[in-house]
Ligand binder design. Structure first.
Ligand code: MG
Length: 164
């Protein structure tokens, strides 16, 4: 019997500001600025969460964890992703692989790509080799290029568990 496969796409952007921690994929990144948001503003986990939710046909992160809800103020995005994964797994799916592009003019992220992949894989319940992280600048253009924001695009492939 053939297994059911689903693909999902996620995107997010947060503003950079002083006095905030920079978290990308659950990994603290050393930088003089951090991302601003109602939660911890982990732009990578938000994009990945929307990718898996989209693939499973579930409501998006903004619907499930509204930024008007005080329950999610300063929320740990790892927790949001874990809650989303519980819902995805309830539908019978598991993560096959995740592909991530981080759009950031600064800081340079080459030293963090592997750590971010390992962190996302741990949360997604898949092998680190099944999470790919790419970092791109925006050639100095737009809010990302001007260093005002960091954005992330993520794709997630889900597969129906054999037992489901
Ligand atoms: Mg967000």
């Amino acid at each position: 019997m053939s297994r059911e496969w689903r693909i999902g796409l996620g995107y997010d952007l947060h503003r950079l500001a002083a006095g905030r921690k920079l978290l990308l994929g659950g990994v603290p990144v050393s930088f003089e600025l951090g991302l601003v948001g109602h939660s911890d503003a982990d732009v990578v986990l938000h994009a990945v969460t929307d990718a898996v939710l989209g693939a499973a046909g579930l409501p998006d992160i903004g619907e499930q964890f509204p930024d008007t809800d005080p329950a999610w103020k300063d929320a740990d995005s790892r927790k949001l992703f874990e809650l989303a994964m519980v819902r995805v797994e309830r539908q019978g799916f598991e993560v096959s692989n995740i592909d991530i592009i981080i759009h950031a003019e600064r800081p340079k992220l080459s030293a963090y790509k592997r750590l971010i992949a390992e962190s996302v894989a741990r949360l997604a319940g898949c092998m680190p080799s099944h999470v790919n992280v790419k970092a791109k600048t925006n050639e100095g253009l737009g809010p990302v290029g001007e260093g005002l924001a960091i954005a992330c695009t993520a794709a997630a492939m889900l597969v129906m568990r054999p037992s489901a």
